[in-house]
Design a protein around this ligand. Structure first.
Ligand code: ZN
Length: 259
């Protein structure tokens, strides 16, 4: 295939834009896979669940405390009634029975009050745990909001740069002959680098240095001949040659630069 060397060199600009687009796509994939956001929302969910469970446990404890307090009230009322009956005058037998019941009620009250104390201590511990969980929850909300903001900012940058590179690409493609673009696209579909500079004897894509023997056909090729790297298949662009008229053979001086 023949193409003006100047047009061939435009493939390098196209390649640069495509490399940028590939890097942008990689950045986008990396951002999508970034664990920071998932970790932050997971932590927020876990803390939210913990706070809900603690609130439920505290409500259960409050009900238990109420129940014990009502029992204590009942015991106290019963004891007061017994004392009233004793004061009102009772038989010796009755007094003995009331006395025994009062002792039993006092023991029951003691046990209930111990239970209540224990329940209240547990409630206090749960209250402290809930307060700490709420503090961590607020912290996690900030972390998540920051992660979301970072992600949004980076995504915006990537999208803006992608739009810019895409429009540069469109403008470039219009200015390169179709056949050359088609060749480039065909190679680019198979490999990331479809066009590279020939630097000395080295291919700018695969970095393999050509042997002097391999350089013979390259050196003798007309200046507008589209060359391909034998190793990687990319379009090999001679940038060290001046852009001379198509179909003209490179002069000896120009070719010496490849030696
Ligand atoms: Zn190569």
């Amino acid at each position: 295939m023949q193409a003006d060397l100047f047009d061939q060199r435009r493939l390098l600009e196209l390649q640069a834009v495509d490399t940028t687009l590939t890097q942008l796509a990689q950045r986008r994939r990396k951002l999508d896979a970034d664990p920071a956001y998932a970790t932050a929302s997971q932590r927020l969910r876990a803390l939210g669940d913990k706070a809900a469970n603690l609130t439920g446990d505290i409500a259960d404890l409050d009900r238990d405390i109420d129940r014990v307090e009502r029992e204590v009230d009942l015991v106290k009322k019963r004891a007061a009634a017994d004392r009233d009956r004793m004061a009102a005058g009772a038989s010796a037998k009755e007094l003995e029975g009331l006395q025994s019941e009062l002792e039993s009620l006092a023991r029951r009250q003691g046990t209930l009050e111990d239970d209540e104390l224990e329940l209240m201590e547990r409630r206090e511990a749960l209250d402290a745990e809930l307060a700490e969980t709420r503090r961590q929850l607020a912290e996690a909300e900030t972390v998540l909001a920051d992660a979301e903001a970072d992600r949004g900012r980076l995504l915006g940058e990537i999208e803006a740069e992608t739009a810019e590179a895409t429009s540069s690409r469109e403008a470039l493609v219009i200015n390169i002959p179709d056949r050359l673009v088609e060749l480039y696209e065909r190679i680019h579909a198979k490999q990331p680098i479809a066009a590279a500079e020939l630097v000395g004897r080295r291919c700018g894509s695969c970095r393999i240095e050509k042997s002097p023997a391999d350089m013979i056909p390259i050196k003798s090729a007309p200046i507008d001949e589209v060359l391909r790297c034998e190793e990687c298949g990319c379009v090999l662009i001679r940038t060290e040659l001046p852009n001379t008229a198509p179909r003209k053979l490179a002069s000896e001086d120009e070719l010496k630069k490849y030696e």
